[in-house]
Structures are given as C-alpha cells and as structure tokens.
Design a protein around this ligand. Structure first.
Ligand code: DON
Length: 299
C-alpha cells in the first residue's frame, strides 16, 4: 500500500473551506485569505496577513447590537430572548416553534432579529442603525467604519430564512415593528465592514483592557463574554470552547472576534467556512494562538 505524501498542515486546513454561499456578494470572496490582529493591554497591536483589509462583520454585529440594547433597557431584553446555547444552526427555525417564539439566545438569527427589533422601538430604522454603527466607531476609535450597501442589498435579495424567522416571531407577538423594517436594519448592521485591526480595537472594552472605552461597563462585558463562550459559534460552540477555550463571536464573512479577558482582544479573518458557518482557518488560528500563549480561560 502506498501512503500519500505528507501534506503541510496549512494546506490541509485550507482545502476544506469555501466562502459563505447564500449571500452572493460574499460568495465571490477568495476563501483562503487570512489576517489577524491582536490588541494588547499596553495599547499595542500585533498584526499578520490581511489585518488591514475590510471584512463583512455579519453576525459579529450581534455582539454590538446586544450591547446597545443592554445599555438601553438592561435585563428587560431577557423577557423576549433566552440566554441558553441552541445546539442548532444559526438560521434554524425549529426551536422557535417548540419554544413559542422566544429565541434561545441573542446570537442565533432569530434572537438577533428580536434584539434589533427592540433597538427600533419608537424610532426610524436609520436611527437604530446609527446607534450600532456609532458604538462600533467609538469602540474602535475610527469614524471611517462604514456599511457596505452592496452586501446589505445582496442579503436583502436572498435572506429568505431571516424573512421566515421575522414573520414567525411576529406571529408570536415577539416582533413589535414591521418585519421589513427590522430586517432592513438587521441586514445593514450585518453589512458593517471592519478590518481585523478595527475589530481587535473594538473588542478591548469587552476584554476589559486598560483605557478601553467605558461605554461597555465591566458587568455588561462579563455577560457578553458568557454569551460569546456559550453561544458565539452556534452549534459549534461546544467544539470551539473545547479546542480554543475563549469567548468569541463568528460571522459568515469569515470574521472572528476572540476575547482573552484582561489580556487581549483578537480580530481574525479568513472567509472559508467550516460546517457550522464559522471561519475554518480562523478557528484553527485561535486554537493555536490560545495554546501557544496559554490564554484559554480554563488554564
Ligand atoms: O443573517 C444572516 O444569515 C447573516 N447576515 C449573518 C449570519 C452569520 O454571520 C452567522 N455566523 N456565522
């Protein structure tokens, strides 16, 4: 029997992944690109690869919209959405029927749509969106961060599952606003573009690093970290906690915001996705970095 020649580890990691398939603007992005930025307590940033290239943050925006809502109404949001892992895909509708329209957590799509609906209460979609974008710009200290209209339009054309989720929530009276207004806001928040460097900077407040913006208080950051650890990678959250041991939030644009409480905030980007819809190489990179630095919260 002939054995296959040894394959370098990076080639093995690279060959499994393809970019997000259901948002046409993201589907054409080359999956093997890679960038990383690590923001450290002293304010310094270590970067490698395409760390300055803008990526579509997609579901990473759910951390920021939740931070806005927690600032606005605090614990009241938990009457509308749970905080338990779902164990199912990010766009699944299954549990919503079983649990009578109350999404399991704010990071699956159904939960994030409820959070965005709450942000819309009593005001125009433009204003809610400005609040999320404003928070991200303040945290990253960069007013150049913007929304890609073409990515937002692309998802508007193909976001049938989110449309189903929004109407399903409405049928259970867990959506207060017009579903199209909520979805328009949600698709636009997902289409925010940031580089790994900007993401790492924005995560400093969640990591509780010195001199980070005080907009996200430490008790709020503690809760965001708990949710990121348990629900940040959807049905891949257990595997991620097992391998990496750090709170993190993924997006189908291939971005990953990884928090090392008190020590670092990390932005990673590689558009090729694993079976859970999370960055394939990004997860490998987070795992190797956490081990090399002894950063896993479980020691
Ligand atoms: O709602 C969606 O399907 C996308 N805008 C975001 C999903 C996402 O990023 C899932 N994360 N891995």
């Amino acid at each position: 029997m002939r054995l296959a020649p040894p394959v370098p580890i990076l080639d093995v990691i690279r060959c499994y992944a393809s970019s997000c398939s259901y948002i046409p603007e993201l589907a054409v992005i080359a999956p093997q690109q890679f960038g990383i930025a690590i923001s450290l307590p002293d304010g310094g940033t270590v970067t490698a690869g395409d760390a300055a290239k803008p990526l579509s943050i997609q579901s990473i925006s759910k951390v920021f919209s939740l931070a806005c809502v927690l600032g606005r109404i605090g614990d009241q949001i938990w009457t509308r959405v749970g905080r338990e892992p779902s164990g199912s895909r990010f766009d699944s509708i299954q549990l919503l029927e079983i649990e009578h329209g109350r999404p399991r957590n704010p990071f699956i799509n159904a939960g994030a749509i409820v959070v965005t609906d709450e942000l819309l209460a009593g005001r125009a979609p433009r204003e809610a969106l400005a609040e999320i974008l404003g928070l991200v710009r303040t945290l990253a200290e960069d007013d150049d961060i913007h929304i890609s209209e073409s990515v937002a339009q692309s998802e508007t054309m193909t976001g049938h599952r989110n449309r189903a989720l929004a109407h399903y929530l409405k049928s259970y009276n867990n959506l207060l606003n017009n579903p199209e207004h909520v979805l328009g806001t949600y698709f636009h928040q997902c289409a925010i573009e940031m580089s790994c460097i900007q993401l790492a900077k924005a995560g400093r407040a969640i990591a509780g690093l010195p001199d980070a913006s005080a907009i996200i208080s430490l008790p709020k950051a503690r809760r965001l970290n708990a949710l990121m650890m348990l629900c940040g990678q959807y049905d891949g959250s257990g595997e991620f906690a097992f391998r990496v041991g750090l709170p993190a939030k993924s997006g189908v644009g291939g971005g990953l915001l990884v928090i090392v409480p008190g020590r670092a905030s990390i932005g990673i980007w590689s558009p090729g996705l694993n079976v859970f819809g999370n960055s394939h190489m990004g997860t490998h990179a987070a795992e190797r970095l956490a081990h090399a630095m002894n950063w896993a919260v479980f020691g």
